[in-house]
Design a protein around this ligand. Structure first.
Ligand code: URA
Length: 433
């Protein structure tokens, strides 16, 4: 079999056989097939698409390209969550302790920030002492004892995705439905959880720009999850504007803690609770309405924040930071971005705010560079809010004073104004189960 023929076949719009897909994934993972041929095939898939059968086979081959986790000791209680990536998306920090406080066994591997989107591992590392790398044994023992462990993607899980993702990131082939489906679902299948909730983001800050595209992606992922014997739900959520008020690692941890204490931004709370109730409903096999009541009760009673304390302490983190978020070292420079006019906020482009966060140091400008945990943005005004000239729209936090002007310009250009309050787009577009 020749890779050249596989690339040409897909380029010309034909369906690949199971053998051809397996041959490609095995060869690319082993390093026998070079990056340039893999990049050409990704681009051919981007333009020609894949049938459901091809996507299922690609996902299976990627899931089996490395180790898989055995969570069978947790029976039907193991739980996982994945977001397709957004700005200000700290929902894992809220959903995971809520689900664990209600008996779920949350065994989660998270990613770092990617492009303009943030990553849970970077956020958790802003808590002093928190260990994002545990041995498989430590990981499973902690899930057993505290009901929750969240680590980085280490070990040899889905090496095919690791290589393909890095390649897609630099060859403009991320936003392809079969490639995203296989990337996300191969990781979820290899990570072993019985119950999975997916947060499929829609809008300017997401890979899927329209609800129709997001629905197609969600349906593909749910079908693959079910055909592999998993209980799975996908929630389609808005990512036109950043979620909540905080963008940036430590700032987002503080905002998540506020929600677990029963306060926090309304939009963040609504999305996080919608995800939590879907996952609780799968784990406990109860109707979503009942799961919703349990989620609210977990937060209102303090069980959820207590579970977060337990989790952070178990993973080496300094729990005093959960009790008192003023302990997080503040950024040295805080600058307000003020409005130059009176009016109402029409939109805040999520992708642009994500990029401004990266400029301030909250994300990586180069692969493997460190992030500044204190850097980021607090957004004071959101869609529909009235502003007057001279009033702050957001505040920029950084330890690099040279980044402020560029970030402020990006934020200013990311905001549009109207003369009356804009109609708000839905926060949750729907659920696919
Ligand atoms: N998140 C992933 O893990 N993979 C993708 O391809 C896109 C988002």
């Amino acid at each position: 079999m020749l890779v050249y023929d596989i690339i040409r076949k897909k380029r010309d719009g034909y369906e690949l056989t199971d053998e051809e897909i397996a041959f490609f994934i095995e060869g690319y993972t082993k390093g026998v097939i070079p990056d340039y041929q893999a990049a050409a095939l990704c681009m051919a898939i981007f333009f020609s698409g894949m049938t459901d059968r091809e996507t299922v086979k690609l996902t299976q081959c990627m899931a089996e390209s490395g180790d898989t986790l055995d969570l069978s000791r947790f029976g039907t209680l193991s739980a996982d969550k994945h977001s397709t990536g957004g700005v200000g998306d700290k929902t894992t920090l809220i959903v995971a302790p809520i689900v664990a406080s209600l008996g779920g066994k949350v065994a989660k591997m998270s990613g770092r920030g990617l492009g303009h989107t943030g990553g849970t591992v970077d956020k958790l590392e802003s808590i002093p002492g928190y260990r994002t790398s545990l041995s498989p044994r430590e990981f499973l023992d902690q899930v057993e004892k505290t009901g929750i462990a969240v680590i980085g993607q280490n070990g040899n899980l889905t090496p095919a995705d690791k290589k393909l993702y890095a390649l897609r990131d630099v060859t403009a082939t991320i936003d392809s439905i079969p490639l995203i489906t296989s990337s996300i679902m191969s990781k979820k299948l290899a990570a072993g959880s019985k119950n999975i909730v997916l947060d499929v983001k829609v809008g300017s800050g997401a890979f899927m720009k329209t609800p129709a595209e997001a629905e197609l992606l969600a349906k593909n992922m749910v079908t693959i999850g079910k055909s592999s014997g998993r209980n799975i739900a996908a929630v389609l959520t808005n990512m036109d504007v950043p979620l909540g008020h905080a963008v940036g690692n430590a700032l987002e941890v503080c905002e998540a803690i506020e929600v677990l204490r029963g306060g926090g931004a309304g939009d963040l709370r609504e999305v996080a609770f919608a995800l939590a109730e879907q996952l609780v409903s799968l784990v406990k096999n109860v109707p979503v309405e009942e799961a919703g009541r349990l989620v609210n009760e977990s937060v209102a009673s303090g069980k959820a924040i207590e579970k977060m304390r337990e989790w952070i302490a178990a993973q080496g983190g300094d729990v005093r930071f959960v009790d008192d978020t003023s302990l997080f070292t503040p950024a040295k420079y805080v600058e307000k971005v003020v409005s130059d006019r009176d009016g109402f906020i029409d939109s805040l482009n999520a992708e642009r705010f994500g990029i401004a966060g990266v400029v301030l140091g909250a994300g990586r400008k180069e692969k493997d560079a460190p992030v500044d945990h204190a850097a980021g943005i607090i957004i004071h005004k959101k869609t529909g809010d009235r502003v007057t000239a001279g009033e702050a729209i957001c505040s920029l936090y950084t330890n690099d004073p040279g980044s402020v002007e560029a970030a402020a310009n990006i934020c200013r250009a990311a905001v549009t104004f109207g003369s009356k309050p804009a109609g708000k787009a839905p926060l949750i577009y729907g659920v696919i189960r």
